[in-house]
Each structure stands twice: as structure tokens, then as C-alpha cells.
Design a protein around this ligand. Structure first.
Ligand code: TEU
Length: 571
């Protein structure tokens, strides 16, 4: 077998610290809590842990607003706890990567406080400041029409110097000015080398496509005529100097360590994607693309949800995992993270909860690329209940969207009706669904905390929890464990193989094959019934099949029962 980079056949598990495991009863997850579960993760088959931001932060965007890159958020633990996490992970033969959030800082970061203080401060140019514009009536306007990802304008007016600063996310997340050499050098040192030198094994790179903005800051095209501010991607995403920046980051930092890097880029053409992750380009190892997680969303706005068909899903998945073919690039496999709803709710079925969750596990563990599992996905945690009121939603993305909606339609006679419709979408698509506490057992608050959790535990914790699934050989958790083992056993096919869809037009069944690189004939044959119907099983492939994995107790050769999935290995 060929020697592969360690991160290619790794199974990565994402931890979102606030909601993972609380060890001291303050209602917030913490690092000692994470350490207490390392054996559980090892047993699941995890090779790498990705820890979402654990840095000091006012938590306006749950730690993606960092006020000090070199300090741990006190509620999560001490600097010593963090070192212990690194060491204890390594002791078990696993690796640890951190979240690298360097498109913006918190407005509470010392750098921004200086920058904001005066136009002549040496750090003024570390952020992106522009004078106001004035309309015909003399009203002050932002420098352009760019919208924030969290609603409203992407520009924030600051009275101190009568200028606006750019903030593509929350108003407390000012964008760093990557054009400034000193900014980049300081980021490499403070946010990256500082942690790599402590032993961390790499980074999940937040918003890795946003650092380079078109320096003429033009108005964005009108994508949503009903909105005052427009998506900025044309001028802020995959911008003019983005590859120069990533090459510099590689040559000055990540390339000098045996580091794993996965960039959250979301959207780009195949050509652009290969620039980021082709090995010879020396930028990053792999990307998160949003083809699959955004299926059915209009122009990647999660709350403009239109629904999807299985063929949309197949097409998205194909784009996400086949762009590396004929190149030396690498890809990722994921269907959940802290920005997404729960996959069993979004892509599976409530009625066929068990079957569909296992079906998704079969899907994920047979796709090419590095596999990422999000906390709670292994027990199929579900979206929050529909009857919870909007007050239970704590995410700034949801809250701002809801506020804007209310401002706009609040006086309409049919507002209540409109709001109910919005709540249907919120209940399906909000980021909050992945952020409720992990359900460890059936005790109060799902065993997440002995205190009062910072956000409510899903009502279903008495039945959906880790402890009960560990004991049940037929549980979703044990299915995942087996899926990960099978993935490793047949890694030439499942992790590294070539992916090909067989019956693309089928709206109920998703069938694909995997080929290894030594032969042209398919060696793995995957059949997934994504419908609640019993469907005739048609052999689309000749050869000797051996059923290696299936999510149904009694497989009936000629019929696929609802949400049945099979993995055959072919001689
Ligand atoms: O997300 C960036 C991003 O583009 C999103 O998925 C974003 O959350 C979505 O478009 C809003 O609807 C990253 C982080 O993953 C996210 O948690 C942070 O909020 C964001 O960056 C800012 O750091």
C-alpha cells in the first residue's frame, strides 16, 4: 500500500466546547469535560479531534469572535487544561486541531481597541476603515451596499472617528485588513505558531476564502431585490490576493509543521478549489464546500429554503467529492457541523429515525475524502422541537434574521401567519439545532451538566442519549462504530476510491460505486433508499457481491425497505 499523509484516512470528530460536556456544574461545557470523554472518542474510531474556538472571547458569536488568541476562555478552562487536552489526546494516539478564526477578531481584541481609538493610531490600518457616503438628502450611508452574513449592512459606523469599519459577520467582529503585512505576520505568530509550538496538529481554517477583498470596494450585484444590502461574495470571496495569502501562510507557518489544514471556503468553482487544495499549490490540504449542506437554499441563504429532490442532493454531493479527480488535491466528507441543522432531521426521516440515521452513516463512511463527524451525530441527535418558541434560539444568526423579519413584516395583517412559516424554516435550518447540549445519558439535562445548562437540552434526551446506545448492539452509535471500522478495512475503496453515481435520475434510490486506483472495475457498490417506500432492488452491476454492511436486520434480496442501505464489496 502507498504511504498516505496521516490526515487523509483520518476520522475527525468536531467538538463545540460550550455544548459538549460540563465538568464543574456551571452549565457550560469545558475542557476537563472533553478530556473525560477521550476514551469514548477513541473507541468510536476517532483519529483527530477538531475543537471549535476555545479562545478568550465575549461570545457574541460563540467564540468566533476572539479577543485574545493566546488565552483560553475562562469558562472552558485554564491554559494548563488546554495543554492537558493536547497531551491526553496524543497519549491515546489521536491528534488535535484547533479552529483558526483570522478573518476578523472581536471588537474587544486589544488590536481593535487601538485601531478604533484614532485615525493616526499605528494599528488604524489593521482593520478596514472607510469614510461615510452621503445621499442626496445628506443622510449618512455606509461606503457600499455589502450585507452582513448576520443581516443588515456589513459596515458599522463608529462615532469615535466618524468612519465605518467592515464587519462581514456581527458588529462585534471587525474584519482584519489582510493587505497590511504586519497584520499577517502577527496573525501567523499569535494565532498559529503559538499553538503549533504547544503541539496542536493543525487547523480548521474559518472563512478561509474571505481574507482578500477587492480594494475598490464596489457595490455588490443585486441578488435579493427585497433587501437593502446584498451578498458581498463577488468582491469579498476568493478575492484577488487570496491564493497569495494562503501560499504565504503555508510557506511561513503550516508547511513547516506536519500540520493538517482544512479551509472553510464554502463555494467555488472546480478550478478555484484546486488552487486552494492541490498539493502542488502548497496552500491547504482540503476544503469544506457547502454543496450538500446548502441543498435547497436560495443563493446560500439558509432561511430562504425551497426544498430539494434526491437528484439535487446527488448532484451536490458529486460536485463536492469528484472535483479532485485527475489532480493531487484532497476532499472532505461531512453533513453536519456547528453551522448546520441535524442531518437526521434535514436529510433523513423522523418516522424512520433509526434506519435513516444509519443510512446517512453508510453514506458518509463510503465517500472519498477525510471524514468529519459532528458531536452528537453518532447518536443521531435531532433538531430542536417545533413547539419551542423563538426565545429558545440563542444564535446571533437566527436572532438577527428574526428581528429583521419582524421589522419588515411586523405590521402586516397576516404577520402571525408569516412568522409561523418562518418558524417552520428556522426549525429546519437554524444553526441552533447543532448547538444544543450533547445528550450523554437519561439523567437531568441529559447528563450534560449538574447545573443549569446555558441553553436548553432537547426534550428527547431520555430516549436519545449516549449511555443507552452504548448498551444496545443495534444502536445508531454502534452502527457508526462499525461503519468507521469497515471504512478503514476497505480504505483503498472507501476513503481513496473513485466515486461514480449509477442511476442518477432515480428520485428514491441513490446508487453509486467506488473503484480503487488499480482497476477500472467497480469494487464497492452502495445502494441507499432515501424514501419511505419499499422499492424494488435492481442490480445495476454484474459480479459477485458480498453484503458487507447494512442497516436492516433482515435483508430481503429483491426489495429495499424504507431507508434501507447496503454496502456490497465486489470480487
Ligand atoms: O462560518 C462562515 C460562514 O460562511 C457560515 O457558514 C455562516 O455561518 C452562515 O453563512 C450564516 O448563515 C464561520 C463559522 O463556521 C461560523 O460559526 C461563524 O459564525 C462565522 O464563520 C464567523 O466567524
Amino acid at each position: 500500500t502507498v504511504a498516505h499523509k496521516w490526515w487523509k484516512n483520518s476520522t475527525v470528530y468536531q467538538i463545540w466546547p460550550a455544548s459538549y460536556k460540563d465538568s464543574n456544574g456551571d452549565g457550560v461545557g469545558d475542557i476537563p469535560g472533553i478530556i473525560s470523554t477521550l476514551d469514548y472518542l477513541k473507541d468510536l474510531g476517532v483519529d483527530v479531534i477538531w475543537c471549535s474556538p476555545m479562545y478568550d472571547s465575549p461570545q457574541d458569536d460563540m467564540g468566533y469572535d476572539i479577543s485574545d488568541y493566546e488565552k483560553v476562555y475562562a469558562k472552558y478552562g485554564s491554559d494548563e487544561d488546554m495543554q492537558a487536552l493536547i497531551d491526553e489526546t496524543h497519549k491515546r494516539g489521536m491528534k488535535l486541531i484547533l479552529d483558526l478564526v483570522i478573518n476578523h477578531t472581536s471588537s474587544e481584541h486589544a488590536w481593535f481597541k487601538e485601531s478604533r481609538s484614532s485615525k493616526t493610531n499605528p494599528k488604524r490600518d489593521w482593520y478596514i476603515w472607510k469614510p461615510p457616503k452621503y445621499d442626496a438628502e445628506g443622510n449618512r450611508q455606509p461606503p457600499n451596499n455589502w450585507g452582513s452574513y448576520f443581516s443588515g449592512s456589513a459596515w458599522e459606523y463608529d462615532e469615535v472617528t466618524d468612519e465605518y469599519y467592515l464587519r462581514l459577520f456581527a458588529r462585534t467582529q471587525p474584519d482584519l485588513n489582510w493587505e497590511n503585512d504586519e497584520v499577517r505576520e502577527t496573525v501567523y505568530k499569535s494565532a498559529m505558531k503559538f499553538w503549533l509550538d504547544k503541539g496542536v496538529d493543525g487547523f480548521r481554517i474559518d472563512t478561509a476564502g474571505l481574507y482578500s477583498k477587492d480594494q475598490s470596494f464596489p457595490d455588490a450585484p443585486i441578488s435579493f431585490p427585497d433587501l437593502e444590502y446584498q451578498p458581498s461574495h463577488k468582491y469579498a470571496h476568493n478575492g484577488p490576493r487570496i491564493h497569495e495569502f494562503h501560499k504565504e501562510m503555508f510557506s511561513k507557518v503550516t508547511g513547516n509543521y506536519d500540520a493538517m489544514t482544512v479551509g472553510e471556503v464554502g463555494h467555488c468553482s472546480r478550478e478555484e478549489a484546486l488552487k486552494y487544495v492541490s498539493a502542488k499549490e502548497q496552500e491547504m490540504n482540503m476544503l469544506f464546500l457547502f454543496n450538500v449542506v446548502e441543498v435547497g437554499c436560495d443563493d446560500s441563504d439558509r432561511f430562504r429554503y425551497k426544498g430539494w429532490k434526491l437528484t439535487d442532493f446527488k448532484k451536490a454531493l458529486e460536485g463536492q467529492c469528484t472535483f479532485i479527480e485527475g489532480s493531487d488535491a484532497w476532499s472532505t466528507v461531512f453533513i453536519e457541523n456547528h453551522d448546520q441543522p441535524r442531518s437526521v432531521t434535514r436529510f433523513g426521516s423522523t418516522k424512520y429515525r433509526n434506519e435513516s440515521a444509519k443510512l446517512l452513516s453508510l453514506l458518509q463512511t463510503t465517500l472519498t475524502g477525510t471524514l468529519f463527524i459532528y458531536q452528537g451525530q453518532e447518536i443521531a441527535m435531532e433538531n430542536l422541537p417545533r413547539d419551542w418558541s423563538v426565545e429558545e434560539y440563542k444564535d446571533i444568526n437566527t436572532i438577527n434574521y428574526f428581528k429583521e423579519f419582524k421589522n419588515k413584516y411586523g405590521n402586516d395583517a397576516d404577520y402571525k401567519e408569516k412568522e409561523e412559516k418562518l418558524m417552520d424554516v428556522v426549525n429546519l435550518m437554524a444553526r441552533d439545532h447543532s448547538r444544543s447540549p450533547v445528550q450523554w445519558d437519561s439523567s437531568a439535562h441529559g447528563g450534560f451538566t449538574t447545573g443549569t445548562p446555558w441553553t436548553k437540552v432537547n426534550d428527547n434526551y431520555p430516549t436519545v442519549n449516549v449511555a443507552s446506545q452504548i448498551q444496545d448492539p443495534n444502536s445508531i452509535l454502534n452502527f457508526w462504530k462499525k461503519s468507521v471500522q469497515i471504512r478503514k478495512r476497505y480504505q483503498d475503496l472507501l476513503v481513496f476510491g473513485k466515486f461514480e453515481i449509477l442511476d442518477f435520475d432515480n428520485e428514491r434510490v441513490f446508487t453509486y460505486v467506488k473503484k480503487d486506483h488499480n482497476s477500472e472495475s467497480p469494487k464497492a457498490y452502495v445502494v441507499l433508499n432515501f424514501s419511505s417506500d419499499s422499492v424494488k432492488f435492481e442490480k445495476l452491476l454484474d459480479g459477485n457481491f458480498e453484503l458487507v454492511h447494512s442497516n436492516i436486520a433482515d435483508v430481503e434480496e429483491s426489495t429495499l425497505s424504507p431507508y434501507e442501505g447496503r454496502l456490497y464489496i465486489v470480487d
